[in-house]
Structures are given as structure tokens and as C-alpha cells.
Design a protein around this ligand. Sequence first.
Ligand SMILES: [Zn+2]
Ligand SMILES: [Zn+2]
Length: 363
Amino acid sequence: MAKRDYYDILGVRRNSTQEEIKRAYKKLAFEYHPDRNPGNVKSEERFKDINAAYQVLSNPEKRAQYDSFGHISGEGFFSDVDFTTNFNDLFGNLFEEVFNAGRRRHAERGRDLKYNLELAFEEAAFGVEKEVVIPKRVMCSECGGGGAAPGGEIVCVMCGGRGEVRYSEGFFAISRTCSNCRGPGRVIKIPCPLCSGEGLITSEQRIKVKVPAGVSDGARLRIRGEGEAGYNGGPSGDLYVEIYVKEHQFFKREGKDVFCDVPVSFVQAALGAEMEIPTLEGKTILRIPPGTQPGQSFRLKGKGVASLNGRGKGDLYIKAQVEVPVKLTSKQKQLLEEFARSGEGDENPAVKKFFEKFRELFG
Ligand SMILES: [Zn+2]
Ligand SMILES: [Zn+2]
């Protein structure tokens, strides 16, 4: 089951004040406290839920985050939603549902929908507003969700419109939900031609999705009420947008930090150089010092990705990948041999140290 809405758990409105939330929490916490309900597993579960809801809603920052993105785990990732039940994959069985007139006669929450949204690396880094087109079930415009053609609904003959049937058994009067109409007291004789009696039709909806800066691959955003319409006046489900971030030809991301490998010629590495390098915001100049080693990293502070909570940015790490030259001309070979002869060994301290130890060991 997807997690219950925190506002529902505390029985408060979405615009309730902190004081109202606190009052609701105190009342419920008192009522369901394990000390007052020893051994009652249900009230213990309820008590846990109440506390979890209050922890989020009593904290203005967490509450704002929850309002925008739904249930979020401690790390700020949208990961703790259970997707195993009640899901109707958008391109899965959406259109395969079999019509069965008069089947759903009680209010029922609409199903949640899931949409996979692919983002460019930069879009995830800087945030973006996307419009997605989603075919989903919405209330039928023809019958207003009732499922009957005009004049196509009659009062149920079994219950006379009461929705329940009474039996008398001696002193007792038992009432049961009417088996003919299953509750509403009316029966559809002529189903609505547009929705075939279901009360919902499939229609393409354009939905704006606001993706926050710093969102990472695999994150899920919840958009309240943008799932499928409910049946018979039930509330709409939610839309879950799962984020896929495309790979970048230069950059890799780990959380807020961005990494980039830049090839450096061995001459640049030896002599030091000013190099043009890519950053998320465009190109810039990086000075590498003389004697830069292969794999050496240079940190550009604040050039990473924005933090999801809006505070601070990660860094960009440029890694020097020193390239050993290939395809030398005879002139270049000559120059390098000359270079090798001219040295006294101090230009390669690691090589020098290794051979000193080598000689110690092998004589
Ligand atoms: Zn209809
Ligand atoms: Zn009936």
C-alpha cells in the first residue's frame, strides 16, 4: 500500500496552522497511546503513523517539502513510496480494462499513475518545467460520471430506491445492502453512450511537471490528484513521475558533485598549462601546475549541482588524464632521447625511489 496522506492521518486540512496541527496531534496521540490501549496492535500502528505525520507536518521545512513532493525519506530522496500495489502502468493495461456496467457503484479513489520522464543532464541539474501528455481516465463529460444516458437510470425495483433491503426475523429487523443495485438505489438501464456506463473516459491530459534543480536519476515526484479520476465521487489518484537522467558526454554525477575527465598532454602536465575545460555553465579556464600527475583532480568549488533542498551546491572535479604521446616522428624521438640523457633523475622522483629500493633488494 502507498503511504497514507499525513494530513489525513492527523485529520487536518492542508492549510491548517501549526497550532491546529499540534492540537490534532495531541488529541490523537492521547487517544491511541499504547499505554491506554495495551496489546492493541491496530492502535499501536495508528500511534506510529500519527507520530510520523506529526514529525513532518510540525516542521515547516519538512512540511513544505512534503507538500511539493509527498513522502520523502530522510536523505531527501523520493524513495520510500511503495509501488507494488495499485499501480496502473501508463502504457500497460490502461486500455484493456473490461467494461462491466453497474459494477462500481460505491465511491472509490482513482488509481495512481506512473510516468517515466527522461531528462537531459543539465535539466536535472538546473531544474526544468516539462509538459507531459498523459492518457488517463477522467470523469465522463457526457454523464458527469453517473454512467447513465439521459433518462437511462431507473429506481431499483428490489429496494425501491432505498439501497438496502430489510428482513424481519422474529423480533429482529436486519437490513442488508440491496443486491440488485448494490447501494445507490438506482439502476442503469441505458448506459451513457460516451463512456459505456463506466462514468470515466480516457482522454489525453497535458500536465505541467515542475522538476526541482538537483533531482537525481531514479527520483520520484508525486503530483497530487493528477492520477485517474475516482469512481462515483471518490478522490482522484496521484501521478508519480519517475525521473531518468540521460548520460552526459563529459560529466558524471555523484549526488551534488560532478566529475569530468580531461585529457592533458604530457608536455602540458610537465610544464603546467592553462586549459579550456567544460563546466555545467559553459567553458572556463583551468590552470594546472607544472608536474601535474595522471589522475590528479582539481576541485572547482560550487560548480556542481544544486542541492535538492535549495541550500548550497556541489563541486566540479576535473581529473587530469595525462596522455602519453603515440606516433612520434623521428625528430620527436630524437628530442625525447636527448631529454632523457639531459636529466639527472630528479625529474622522475618515483622512478628514482623505486630503483633505489630495487638495487637494495637485488644488489
Ligand atoms: Zn458517460
Ligand atoms: Zn436496490
